[in-house]
Design a protein around this ligand. Structure first.
Ligand code: SF4
Length: 314
């Protein structure tokens, strides 16, 4: 028998306070209103979570038009929605419950305030990500300019004197810093958010991966292919010394040969991945090798968000 394989488990990992809250909002809505309740867009980007909720009577739709029974409530996902979606729900007389993460709402309010103060707003984010669509949709079309990388900076057309930037909450901390540095060179007076828009959960999960990546022969990040923060964790692991880094999603096949010849494997999970999927991965590795599992915690998280008023018990 070969020597034991070390598994370093990143902490913090997995569900963040915004995802916890969003899932609880759906569960509480099912209790309060009965099934079915509708959810616009995947409540969080994880198939396991979505399928569990479907089994309990949730119907997922992409748009409000797909809601067949408009007497039932609809929940808006943790990624946030544009203003038009709230207005459409009101016009169609559909009751809605908003599960937008409060840290995404914070960016929405920032955008509105900057716009009122006459700033041209640059949003750093990923095109077509639901959060980016929601954030851009807080203001009329053309008021927010999206950039995805440093190259995009040269295409920014200034139409106001004052300029400010905001960001998506789940970006790579290091890559975003490079984009911000380049923005500051191009626009020395650019206004910054008082506190980074990249959320605490994204920041902590990336720092935890960075902390151990160089020690690991292989790195696994449990998360879905749609999950921005999970994909960023794979990139962070690769950039920081663990070249063989993989996103463990539903269709992923474990690289058995790599596992057989590794001394140390790092494991983390994105903010929308439940811990049961991490346990499942460890069990699968255990079928291939004897393992020694060690938690490597860099910070304790104690963030909690309140439920929306209509679902609070008192
Ligand atoms: Fe909120 Fe951050 Fe979690 Fe997104 S990743 S839901 S912004 S806490």
């Amino acid at each position: 028998m070969s020597e034991d394989l070390d598994i370093l488990l990143c902490a913090p990992r997995g569900f963040c306070a915004g995802v916890d809250r969003a899932v609880e909002i759906v569960e509480k809505s099912l209790q309060k209103f009965g099934a079915p309740v509708y959810v616009r867009h995947e409540i969080v980007h994880n198939k396991h979570v979505v399928q569990n909720l479907e089994n309990k009577g949730v119907i997922f739709v992409d748009e409000l038009d797909e809601i067949e029974d408009k007497t039932r409530p609809v929940i808006f996902s943790a990624h946030g929605v544009s203003k038009k979606v709230y207005e459409d729900a009101e016009i169609k007389n559909i009751q809605f419950i908003d599960a937008t993460c409060p840290l995404v709402s914070k960016v929405h309010r920032e955008a509105e305030l900057l716009n009122k103060q006459g700033y041209q707003i640059i949003l750093i984010g990923h095109k077509n990500h639901p959060e980016v669509i929601g954030t851009m949709g807080q203001l009329p079309a053309g008021e927010v300019t999206l950039i995805e990388n440093i190259e995009d900076i040269k295409n920014i057309k200034l139409n106001k004197e004052k300029i400010a930037y905001i960001t998506q909450t789940t970006l790579s901390v290091d890559d975003t810093k490079d984009i911000i540095d380049a923005l500051k060179i191009e626009f020395p007076n650019i206004k910054e958010p008082i506190k980074s828009d990249i959320c605490y959960a994204t920041t902590n999960r990336q720092a935890a991966v960075k902390n151990i990546a160089a020690k690991c022969d292989v790195f696994f990040v449990v998360g879905s292919q749609q999950s921005s923060n999970s994909k960023r964790l794979v990139e962070v692991a690769k950039k920081n010394g663990s070249k063989e880094s993989y996103l463990v999603h539903q269709e992923f096949k474990l690289p058995i040969d790599l596992i057989k010849k590794s001394k140390c494997i790092g494991v983390s999970s994105g903010a929308s991945a439940p811990e049961v999927l991490v346990d499942r991965l460890i069990d699968q590795i255990k079928e291939i090798r004897n393992i020694k599992v060690q938690d490597v915690e860099i910070i304790k998280e104690n963030v909690e968000f309140k439920l929306p008023r209509e679902l609070r018990e008192n």
